[in-house]
Design a binder for this molecule. Structure first.
Ligand SMILES: [Cu+2]
Length: 338
């Protein structure tokens, strides 16, 4: 009798575990694969997130959308040019997607922007990359800001070819409806800004550069190729949308505050899709492989391991790198359309 009770308990436990396994993963899609209603529902949910109260307790965070910007800002020095860069951002985007679903009734998936589809491989100064639906006022996230001059302090890398810097003036994220409190003096939120730089966008978003990253033989070299060096003398696919869209004065070009532009999540979702595609070339190995430095750019120093813990503050619980490797495991549950 006692034995059978125990067996029943074990059986229920096993059934419970099976129920947790990701059976029908939501399929994340490219922005253009979403129909107009799906796009508007995503935008509605992002705006809803920006109307819900903050939970992070971080400085100047007023809304739950702010929480994400503030959490990234808080950790900026320890999550870039490190071995956990890809997995930290994977967790961050998945948590944002969850917040849209659970906090704002979003029924769809986290979309990505495959910028390689829009990049010109023959003309770096082409503006065509900015004519894509992503920047449409009605079918996307609105366009560029007005041109503003930038002084040497604002533009330490002396980036050329800037075209904006002012507030995004059209679409769903224009002021005064959508304002950013984090990183600005208390009580003085600023608008979302964009500062398109065509040559960076076209050059860094090339499919050939993505292919080079995908050809890397192991996690450490993959992660390093994705971020490359903190300089504009060599291209890197991570920097493409950051500095091609955000430029010098734009939100997405500010390394700490970049998640203030809702496009951050479509850009990083695309990088995650590239990571997923790379993993899919050899899943048995790449579900169990991490590497790269714990400290930024410290390639001779201590490396991250599978049990290395990442945290995204109060947005979600701490977790290990290992738990984040499988997008269809018992921790994360999603896949990509291609
Ligand atoms: Cu980041």
């Amino acid at each position: 009798m006692h034995f059978s009770k125990l067996s029943l308990g074990v059986l229920l436990l096993v059934l419970d575990c099976i129920a947790d396994i990701c059976e029908n993963p939501p399929i994340r899609k490219e922005w253009r694969e979403l129909d107009l209603d799906e796009r508007h529902d995503y935008i509605r949910a992002v705006r809803c997130l920006a109307s819900r109260p903050a939970i992070s307790g971080l400085e100047n965070a007023i809304t739950h959308f702010d929480d994400f910007q503030a959490t990234h800002s808080d950790q900026t020095p320890s999550i870039h040019w490190v071995g956990h860069f890809t997995l930290w951002h994977r967790y961050f985007v998945a948590t944002y997607e969850k917040a849209l679903r659970e906090g704002c009734g979003y029924k769809g998936v986290q979309p990505y922007w495959n910028w390689s589809l829009d990049a010109s491989s023959t003309n770096n100064s082409s503006m065509k990359i900015f004519e894509t639906d992503i920047f449409s006022a009605h079918r996307g996230f609105g366009g560029n800001g007005k041109y503003l001059t930038a002084n040497a302090t604002q533009n330490p890398f002396n980036l050329t070819g800037r075209t904006g810097g002012g507030c995004v003036e059209d679409g769903p994220f224009a002021p005064p409806d959508f304002m950013l409190a984090v990183g600005n003096p208390k009580g003085q939120p600023d608008c979302l800004r964009r500062d398109w730089i065509p040559w960076i966008m076209n050059y860094f978003a090339q499919q050939s550069l993505v292919d080079d990253v995908l050809a890397q033989p192991d996690y450490t070299s993959f992660a390093r190729a994705l971020e490359n060096i903190p300089s504009f003398s060599e291209p890197n696919i991570h920097g493409g949308a950051h500095f091609g869209v955000g430029g010098v004065l734009g939100t997405l070009g500010n390394s700490a505050l970049s998640p203030g532009d809702p496009l951050f999540f479509l850009h990083h979702c695309n990088l995650d899709r590239i990571f997923w595609e790379w993993q899919n070339q050899d899943l048995p190995t790449r579900f169990h492989q991490v590497g790269g430095p714990i400290m930024p750019l410290d390639y001779g120093g201590k490396n991250v391991t599978l049990d290395f813990e990442v945290n995204i503050g109060k947005l979600a619980s701490n977790t290990t790198l290992e738990s984040l490797l499988n997008t269809q495991g018992d921790f994360l549950c999603y896949t990509y359309s291609g």
